[in-house]
Design a protein around this ligand. Structure first.
Ligand code: BTN
Length: 331
């Protein structure tokens, strides 16, 4: 197991910044030899960490890589005092499928699963989630809410609105939340959420919140049909973004949002998020789903999370499930 020691080294160097940390002290604290510390630091340097090594003074962390690095990500999460279980996979079929496997083995929760690639990324309604590019985030959060299923109705909407708020407020990215569970920017999709739950009659046994976020993808590398509807945050920002910092911020935000949700203390913040970030409110939209096709002006959501659409006759209709198109962007 390399990762726990590597992340402990990165975390110690992060805490010591901007000072140097002696190799002997680091080795003592971590219960390993100085030779082990040196070889791990050398390898971390080869993986993109900039570490200044000075005889008699030790190591000083100068910069972290912007590409997803498990030890860096774990160290940043530790620095933020994140206490959830965390598993990282360079490559996996699907983080949501891994979550199912973990649940079947009785994993502790909350559990966060992150991956660099997915070979079988899954989207809503049986769609494929294009996830081969290593510059993106593929995250699944595993919870055992044990609350009445009726209380779960706004779960995904709330979580999506919180991801959106974090991207706006912490990263200054003009992202909007599009009912029911997309994040969009510049009229194109930048993230999708796939929520999968096991529900008994009176309680929600477990829920997996899967989030795919296009961060540093070059859209020119994507299949043409994906290019038409999606974009990445780096395209919006005009520069590559720091994947480890963004993953840390989003993971911590979702875990806090979950606690607020379970404590039933999310309603005011949810309303504020929706007012600030809804991509649809006030727009003419077409909605398609099991209830058929609706057209109308989007006027927010109700307490059950249904989209409210005002039709041409002035009637307010509730649209519960399906897809919504705003313009030609969404096809
Ligand atoms: C959608 O918009 O259709 C939802 C896409 C959800 C994709 C994420 S990526 C991480 C997690 N693992 C999956 O296989 N799917 C979700």
């Amino acid at each position: 197991m390399n990762a726990p020691l590597d992340s402990a080294i990165v975390h110690a160097l992060l805490k010591a910044q901007p000072e140097h940390l002696s190799g002997a002290e680091l080795a003592d604290d971590l219960g390993v030899s100085r030779v082990t510390v040196k070889s791990r630091v050398d390898r971390l340097k080869a993986q993109g960490l900039e570490v200044d090594a000075v005889r008699n003074r030790g190591y000083c962390l100068k910069s972290l890589p912007k590409t997803l690095h498990p030890a860096v990500l774990e160290a940043l999460l530790t620095e933020q005092k994140m206490t959830a279980e965390f598993r990282f996979f360079e490559t996996i079929d699907s983080t949501n499928t891994e979550a199912e496997r973990q649940l079947a083995q009785g994993c502790p929760t909350p559990l966060v699963i992150a991956a660099g690639h997915q070979s079988k990324g899954r989207g809503r309604l049986g769609r494929v989630w294009f996830s081969e590019d290593p510059g993106n985030l593929y995250l699944s959060f595993v919870f055992r809410p044990l609350i009445h299923p009726g209380r779960m109705q706004r779960f995904t909407l709330w979580m999506g609105s919180e991801l959106c708020a974090e991207l706006n407020d912490a990263f200054d990215l003009p992202v909007r939340v599009k009912w029911p569970n997309d994040l969009v920017a510049d009229g194109r999709k930048i993230a999708g959420i796939l929520t999968e739950a096991r529900i008994d009659a009176d309680h929600t046994r477990d829920v997996v919140l899967g989030c795919g976020i296009n961060v540093n993808s070059k859209i020119s590398d994507w299949p043409v049909e994906v290019q038409k509807v999606a974009t990445s945050l780096s395209m919006i920002a005009g520069q590559p973004l720091d994947l480890n910092s963004m993953a840390t911020a989003l993971i911590c935000r979702v875990l806090k949002a979950y606690d607020l949700f379970i404590a039933d203390r999310f309603a005011d913040a949810f309303q504020t998020n929706w007012e600030r970030f809804s991509a649809l409110d006030g727009q003419e939209v077409v909605a398609n789903g099991p209830q058929g096709e609706f057209r109308g002006r989007a006027e927010g959501i109700d307490d059950g999370g249904a989209l409210l659409l005002r039709d041409a006759d002035g009637n307010l209709n509730r649209f519960q499930a399906g897809d919504v198109s705003l313009s030609q962007h969404y096809g």
